[in-house]
Design a protein around this ligand. Structure first.
Ligand SMILES: [Zn+2]
Length: 436
């Protein structure tokens, strides 16, 4: 007798769907078998597809944005939006630390505010130009279960910038294999910081900003045989460059992440009357860059959202001024439907097992197998429209888009968080300790 079972569905295992049943005891998957056994609670998944819970490896919860704006979603609202999107684990970022004790403090603060979450979460550490050594910072990050360290090569005025030396030091340290260095790659020197008009976002930060910074990171990564991961790659040309010049380290020492918004929108949005809804960095690109990105979608190891929504008022009130415009958009709820609409079920690994392995969460997360957490999503394929919004934000640029998959139910560690579209209260998420 098992606690729960999900029967009659098609279950994703080893890259394909099989008609079989999932049996759960407590928080774990106990057995996957086509044979039928009894369970206290039974879910009939006839007509549905069953996949591992989605992992959104790049989200910003309660981020302090420009103009004194806090991003809309806290752990509670963010986790509700996530669950409606089939996301069972998200990875948020600690504040950018200059030293070991600051990193530890940021970790403790986050653990405090994260207690409201309905789904599990992991954390990336973040650093900026250092007081302590990259060596000590990496030791601390690994010890506290946040073995991925984010660096920014831009945003000097907000004080979170890392100089080339800091970036190279971290990449060199990562060669030991117990941490991965995550980089927001834009060459600060190539950005036009003078032009404050949000309608000029794409021209202010041209593709060269990304391509040139990524080239530097790739060179350091090769030199030190480090572990690097570039977030939100948005220029197809960046990937072409890496394939040509760095094929020896791509998918070995250097991995790429991208986000659905760069596959869906292009820079023409900055000409719209409601351009402010699309203010994000890095910005949207030309149709040519986007098509080249789409062509190279298999080179992307992880699709994640960079979820960071603000209210329409907060965006409008900035009146197009980049000095006070809160930058970012939401998307956790739509990550799976959007990517599924582009690439079908071939995209599942880039949303589950890949991020789990990339951030030391595998095999607890990212896979349907006995012994793994019972993080499970049930969905239906077929045409539909994005018309729901469960984030605390009052807007999403994705509303109205056509998609071809719909999340039906989401289970987090053996409990339904969303069941047949209904939110189930009483779920409690936990911190997932990352380790390589
Ligand atoms: Zn981000």
């Amino acid at each position: 007798m098992y606690d729960r079972r999900i029967i009659n569905g098609l279950v994703y295992q080893d890259g394909e769907f099989k008609p079989t049943n999932v049996y759960i005891n407590g928080e774990k998957i106990a057995l996957i078998s086509p044979e039928e056994f009894d369970a206290e609670q039974s879910t009939d998944a006839a007509g549905l597809l069953i996949a591992p819970g989605i992992i959104d490896a790049h989200v910003h919860i309660s981020l302090n944005g420009a103009g004194g704006n806090l991003s809309c979603d806290d752990y509670r609202s963010g986790s509700i939006a996530a669950a409606y999107g089939g996301v069972t684990t998200f990875i948020d970022f600690l504040g950018e630390a200059a030293g070991v004790s600051e990193m530890r403090n940021f970790f403790n603060e986050k653990m405090e505010i994260a207690q409201d979450t309905l789904i599990d979460y992991a954390l990336h550490a973040s650093a900026k130009d250092l007081i302590d050594s990259a060596e000590d910072m990496a030791d601390q990050a690994a010890a506290q279960g946040t073995p991925s360290i984010k660096l920014y090569t831009t945003y000097r005025p907000s004080g979170i910038y890392s100089s080339p030396k800091t970036v190279e030091d971290f990449i060199a340290r990562s060669a030991r294999g117990d941490v991965r260095i995550i980089i927001h790659a834009e060459d600060d020197a190539l950005i036009n910081h003078e032009n404050k008009d949000a309608r000029n976002l794409a021209q202010n930060r041209p593709p060269e900003c990304e391509i040139e910074e990524v080239r530097k990171i790739a060179e350091w990564t090769r030199k030190h045989q480090g572990n690097s991961y570039i977030v939100h790659v948005n220029c197809g040309e960046t990937i072409e460059m890496l394939k040509e010049e760095f094929s020896d380290i791509l998918h070995k020492n250097l991995y790429l992440e991208s986000a659905p918004q760069y596959f869906v929108f292009d820079e023409s949005v900055y000409g719209l009357e409601d351009y402010y809804r699309y203010t994000i960095t890095p910005p949207f690109r030309s149709v040519e860059q986007r098509e080249l990105l789409r062509k190279n979608w298999r080179e992307i190891s992880v699709f994640a959202t960079d979820h960071c929504p603000f209210t329409l008022d907060a965006k409008r009130n900035a009146e197009g001024n980049l000095a006070v415009m809160p930058m970012g958009m939401g998307g956790m709820e739509y990550l799976f439907p959007l990517m599924h609409s582009l690439y079908g079920n071939k995209v599942i690994d880039q949303l589950t097992v890949n991020p789990a392995k990339m951030f030391g969460l595998y095999p607890q997360k990212g896979v349907l197998a006995p012994g793994s957490d019972a993080d499970i999503v049930l969905y239906r394929e077929g045409p539909g429209v994005i018309d729901e919004l469960h984030s605390a934000a009052d807007d999403s640029p994705y509303l109205g888009l056509e998609v071809d998959a719909k999340i039906v139910s989401t289970m987090s560690r053996g409990r339904w968080v969303v069941e047949n579209g209904e939110l189930r209260e009483g779920s409690a998420g936990k911190f997932v300790f990352g380790r390589f």
